[in-house]
Structures are given as structure tokens and as C-alpha cells.
Design a protein around this ligand. Sequence first.
Ligand SMILES: *Cc1c(COP(=O)(O)O)cnc(C)c1O
Length: 228
Amino acid sequence: MTVAADDPRAEPSPELVERVGERLALVRDRIRAAGGDESVRIIGVTKGHPVAAVRAGLAVGLVDLGENYAKELQEKAEAVEADGTPVRWHMIGQLQTNKVRTIAPHVAMVQTVDRPSLVDELAKRVPGLPVLVQVNLSGDPARGGCTWEDAPGLVEAAAAAGLRPEGLMGVAPQSTTDEARSAFARLAALRARLGLAELSIGMSGDLDIAVAEGATMVRIGTAVFGER
Ligand SMILES: *Cc1c(COP(=O)(O)O)cnc(C)c1O
């Protein structure tokens, strides 16, 4: 589901800014309670929310924002570029190679690198781009991500192609807490074995487990911006 372009100049109401600020503070509390510190980066996921919500997030201090759809990332990035507020856009959804062009001028990191054709297209259109290799933690191919076996080779291929592979990303299987925890732990171990810096795990529902297992980035939508 993508949101139709709303008014690109829309400003958030003071109430929205206050609500987003309060929710962000609660997320920071949860990160601390789980043993994380300020170095855990919060990626504010604005998918499905209007551009006013993006401005509310930036107003309360978020710098890293995530989107799932190329067109939505492009529209929101273009809308706020004129504001002059610093923002780093992360692509966190499955990315078709023919959509790389759409995000190329705006994106600071693609977190969903999961196949050689995407490595090649990104290297061609956005040389030097920081990327994460997404590993499929659920076994459900519809959810994106490469296999455990393919991850090391993709990291190598990304580096060889001139991208900057900085870490691994995963979405927890929709199952029990124990299964999420063990999938996160396994991804953390692989990240360490490959000598990579970043581990992007954890969403609104499971950020506590993710931080406990060593997340360096959490991708938070609902807990900051509300229901979509
Ligand atoms: C939507 C989404 C998120 C944020 O989910 P919430 O549960 O709303 O925090 C994080 N990561 C990915 C890959 C997503 O698609």
C-alpha cells in the first residue's frame, strides 16, 4: 500500500509533533531498558504516513528515515529536500532493479540487498552506496532476503562491485519470541564472523529482543508514528 502524494508542503500540527516526540522518547526508554545506548540508531519508518508525519519526525530529532516503496521514498524525499533539514533515507523494502533509478538521487542506504542483480544495478547507479545484505530469517521467500548460505558471497560481491557493505539486516519470523531471539542471535553471529559493523534488526514489536541481541539499528514505524 502506498500513500498517494499528499501536499508536499504540508506541515504537521503541534499536536502531531508532540505525540511523535513522546512516542520517540518511549522508544528510547525501551532501547535503554534492553541494554542499548545512544549508539543504537533509530530508523523512523514513515511508510504509509503522510509527509507531515515525516516533518514531525525530523522536528523531534530523527535523522534516519525508512521507506518500503521506491516511489513513496522519492516523493517524500523530494518534498522535504527543500526544507534543508538533514535526512538520511533508508530503503527497507524489497527493491526491484528497475526501481533503483527512482531512489538513486535520494537514498543514503539500501538495507535490502539480497541478490547479485541488485548489487550490479546499485553499483552502476549509486557507486559507493552503503548497503546492508538482507538475510531471510523466516524461510518464507515472499518476505525477501537471501539465504544464510548466500549472505557471505553477496557481501563480497557488493564490495567487489564498489558498494560499501556495512552489515546485515533481518526481519524476525512472525512466530514466537524464542524463535525471533534465536534468529536475531544467529544473524548477530554471522555479522561478527564477517567482520561487519551494522546489524539492522528490530521493529516496533520486537525491538527489545533485537537490542538485547546486539542491534545497531532498529526500524521503527508504528511505535513512533502510530498505526498505518
Ligand atoms: C514496516 C517495516 C518496519 C516497521 O514496522 P513497525 O512494526 O511499524 O515498527 C520495519 N522494517 C521493515 C522491513 C518494515 O517493512
